[in-house]
Design a protein around this ligand. Structure first.
Ligand code: 26Q
Length: 799
């Protein structure tokens, strides 16, 4: 939009006055934020309304992205950037003598997700709006988000995230769009006038689903989509409810499950999933009926995407609506459902594949269970010629359980993995039976990231340098950043690049000092591992390398570059082992940071409360990106992409999207090591891996691992012993010791490169130049083309 600095200033001052009866000079930071956000809402309102009108008017297809998690991050800067008024507003704030950065910092960061999956959902919403697709989010308005993490004596403590305390400026409650979601009770199928059975419900628990809409503004294209979050409330009318009944209802959208792998088996979790799905689909069907006579156009105008299996009940729920409410016959309803639905898988961990026991499921969702039984029955009949053992092993209903992934594949026309290796492994193992049956449904859609957030906003020094060097095309066309490649050989440019990095390091160092009281050296190599804490992600491997560095320094054998190791990671509250790793890292950090013999060369900072906002600070300052999961375990990873896109070099195993980063930057510009997923599989099959052998035969490994139990690291008597046992006694499930030597060697090679600034700069440039292909704009364009069958208004090309 077009807006001059003085126009904006006038509008802003008026907004402060109208909202708070306060002059702009005396407004608090909170008030400044509220006024600015309120103006942004005003600026985007007509585009929002027009986008919605155009959809109905032109009968355009809408994508609904169903996800139990979203991690949008702070929205003010993004919204200003996407409206095209960020620099205008910045200038105005400067002119008024106000601190724009601090105003941005007043916004809450909604923690409505655990990690990668939730963040991906939000980056897709941003991308859909930005490439001009009608794509809406459908999620839950959790009253409390993911816990806030603090450390007490090195142990993780969890504090509630009361993110709505001061209201959420971007949302609008839409009570007139509320729908009723029913749980439990009894269903009877009674003959009805149309000669078919009609499902009649009795004694159900009725829950009011109230939507809250949040605008998702596209990048300078006037396109504004909607993220809709549902809140559970007791219905205003009907049976009076007891306090306990009301609480059971509110509990549905009360809090996010703080686990990113398994929490299955919980009744409340199942209620959340059905609530999300039923509310979303009822509102879609209701809206469709306003503009259409019959359902012949439904599959052409509606696509529902299922983000992992958590919303997979969308399949039986849409069947229920089409059968019971619209009164279609089974075959027509099923044909529509399959055309509408598509499903993304996000995990290869067997234990993370969602299943529900029928004992829990059937009484809570009796009609949905009936429909799943019928789906299962018809699936088995459709393949009565096929190998019965195969069919039995992949049918939606297994022994006393509903298998959500199998239901999702059978009820969708498209299934995808999130990185090339992940998709291949899905086809070969996790979903191999399904791949045999319906190979045409499978495709790969490698994850992507919002470069606007991670580069344009979170790394301003780099963004400015890019503009000066190659012009600003990269801001709109991600692949245009390839033009940077020739500058890899220009020392003058490399100098400026290093200067930009140093600036970011100084900002991060100031933050670290402010928050944890540690002064980190900004002339050190910043080696970063930021992600959820999981055994398979192997933060332990990183810790063992730090112990090795410590022991080397203590032995007086210096020589490498200065290091600052930076961690950020939350552990699921019930994940005991992950919490022990956190304690071990914190204890090691304490030891190292306080030892004057080493702390000039080596420091460790574990920053509490990892979140989107903290990621923005860390990523811009990173030199090294640790992506060291056991090969075959990390579906994709996305911090690997964020870090390479802002000038870090990757130290990685050949896992998830690391492989595609390797393909993009070439062997010379990334440091890879360790077992391949095939080698891991082979060891597992042959039972020929012995961690104890390695420990006993390799003196260096022996020395490093022994530090966990010999008192070297004070304060981890229990944790050190447990971790040691997991490695030696229980044979190191995640092959940490198997990869340790290769990891240390790779680290040493990286050290040598870091000590040669030109060699290092060259690698950084190669990474930056190759980063465009990981833009989520391109990823979403792939989904649009292969899965949703819609054409973006704005052209984005992958090749
Ligand atoms: C399931 C049942 C009950 C409670 C919680 C859950 C649950 C919640 C969140 C299960 C899984 C998740 C999140 C998984 C996740 O974030 N997976 C990551 O997805 C990223 C985006 O595709 C990938 O890059 C990562 O590799 C993958 O680990």
């Amino acid at each position: 939009m077009a807006l001059t600095v003085s126009e904006f200033e006038r509008a802003y001052k008026e907004e402060v006055l109208q909202l708070f009866a306060e002059s702009w000079q005396t407004a608090s930071l909170d008030q400044q934020f509220a006024a600015l956000a309120s103006l942004v809402k005003r600026y985007s309102a007509s585009d929002w309304s027009q986008t919605k009108q155009a959809v109905d008017h032109n009968n355009e297809k809408q994508i609904y992205y169903f996800s139990i998690e979203f991690l949008p991050g702070r929205m003010l800067a993004t919204n200003l950037l996407n409206l095209g008024i960020l620099t205008t507003v910045e200038r105005a704030f400067k002119e008024m003598g106000l601190n724009f950065k601090r105003v941005l910092g007043m916004e809450v960061d909604p923690g409505l997700g655990n990690g990668g999956l939730g963040r991906l959902a939000s980056s897709f919403l941003d991308a859909m709006a930005s490439i001009g697709i009608n794509g809406n989010g459908n999620g839950l308005r959790y009253q409390t988000g993911l816990f806030k993490q603090d450390f007490l004596n090195g142990y993780q403590v969890e504090l509630p995230d009361d993110w709505l305390r001061n209201g959420y400026v971007w949302e609008t409650r839409k009570i007139e769009r509320a729908v009723v979601v029913r749980f439990g009770g009894e269903v009877n199928l009674l003959p009805s006038a149309d000669g078919r059975l009609l499902a009649q419900y009795r004694h159900t628990e009725n829950v009011l689903a109230v939507p809250y809409d949040i605008p998702q503004i596209g990048y300078r294209n006037g396109h504004v989509n909607t993220m809709r979050l549902w809140q559970a409330e007791p219905p205003a009318m009907g049976q009076p409810l007891t306090v306990a009944q009301r609480e059971e209802i509110s509990a549905i959208s009360q809090s996010l499950y703080p686990d990113d792998s398994t929490e299955a088996g919980r009744r409340l979790r199942l209620r959340q999933e059905y609530f999300l799905v039923s509310a979303g689909l009822q509102s879609i069907v209701r809206h469709y009926r306003k503009t259409h006579q019959d359902f012949t156009q439904f599959a052409q105008t509606v696509a529902v995407h299922i983000n992992d299996t958590h919303p997979a009940m969308a399949i039986p729920e849409l069947m229920r609506l089409l059968l019971d409410e619209v009164r279609l016959d089974w075959d027509s309803a099923w044909a529509i459902t399959v055309q509408v639905m598509s499903y993304t898988n996000h995990t290869l961990l067997q234990e993370a594949l969602e299943t529900w026991s029928i004992d829990l499921f059937a009484p809570l969702l009796p009609r949905i269970y009936q429909i799943i039984q019928e789906i299962d029955h018809r699936f088995r009949s459709a393949y009565h010629d096929a190998d019965p053992a195969l069919i039995d092993s992949i049918a939606p209903l297994g022994h006393n359980m509903v298998r959500m992934a199998y239901l999702a594949v059978w009820g969708s026309h498209a299934v995808n993995g999130v990185a090339a290796l992940h998709t291949r492994l899905l086809e070969e193992s996790v979903l191999s039976g399904w791949y045999q049956l319906v190979p045409e449904r499978f495709s790969n859609q490698t994850n992507g990231i919002t470069l606007r957030r991670w580069v344009q906003l979170a790394n301003r020094p780099l963004a400015k340098l890019l503009d000066k060097t190659i012009g600003s095309d990269w801001r709109r066309s991600p692949l245009a950043i390839e033009a940077l490649q020739p500058f890899a050989d220009q020392p003058k440019f490399l100098h400026k690049l290093a200067a930009a990095k140093l600036k970011n390091k100084r900002s991060l160092a100031a933050y670290v000092k402010r928050t944890v009281g540690l002064s980190i050296a900004t002339d050190a190599m910043f080696d970063v591992q930021i992600k959820r804490l999981h055994a398979y992600k192997r933060q332990l491997l990183h810790l063992l390398r730090i112990i090795d560095q410590y022991q080397t320094l203590k032995a007086g054998l210096a020589g490498g570059p200065k290091y600052v190791h930076i961690f950020a990671a939350k552990a699921a509250p019930g994940y005991y082992y992950a919490k022990e790793i956190i304690k071990a890292i914190n204890a090691t950090a304490d030891l190292i940071n306080h030892d004057p013999e080493v702390n000039q060369q080596l420091q460790v900072a574990f920053l509490p409360n990892y979140s989107v906002s903290l990621a923005e600070r860390i990523i811009a300052a990173a030199d090294v990106s640790e992506q060291i999961s056991l090969a075959g375990k990390e579906a994709s990873g996305t911090s690997n992409m964020k870090l390479m896109a802002t000038g870090a070099v990757t130290l990685a195993t050949m896992d998830g999207a690391n492989i595609e980063i390797y393909d993009a930057v070439g062997a010379a510009n990334m440091m890879t090591f360790g077992l391949s997923s095939e080698q891991v599989l082979q060891h597992q099959r042959n039972f020929d891996y012995s961690a104890r052998d390695l420990f006993e035969r390799d003196p260096r490994i022996h020395r490093i691992v022994s530090a966990l139990i010999d008192g070297t690291i004070p304060g981890i008597e229990v944790e050190g012993q447990d971790i040691y046992q997991s490695l030696i006694q229980y044979n190191d499930e995640y092959f940490v010791l198997a990869d340790l030597k290769a990891y240390l060697d790779a680290g040493a090679r990286l050290d040598e490169l870091y000590l040669r600034p030109e060699a290092w700069g060259k690698m950084v440039v190669a990474n930056l130049a190759a980063s465009g292909r990981f833009s989520s704009d391109l990823t979403v364009a792939g989904y649009a083309r292969d899965i949703w069958h819609v054409t973006p208004e704005n052209q984005v090309n992958r090749h």
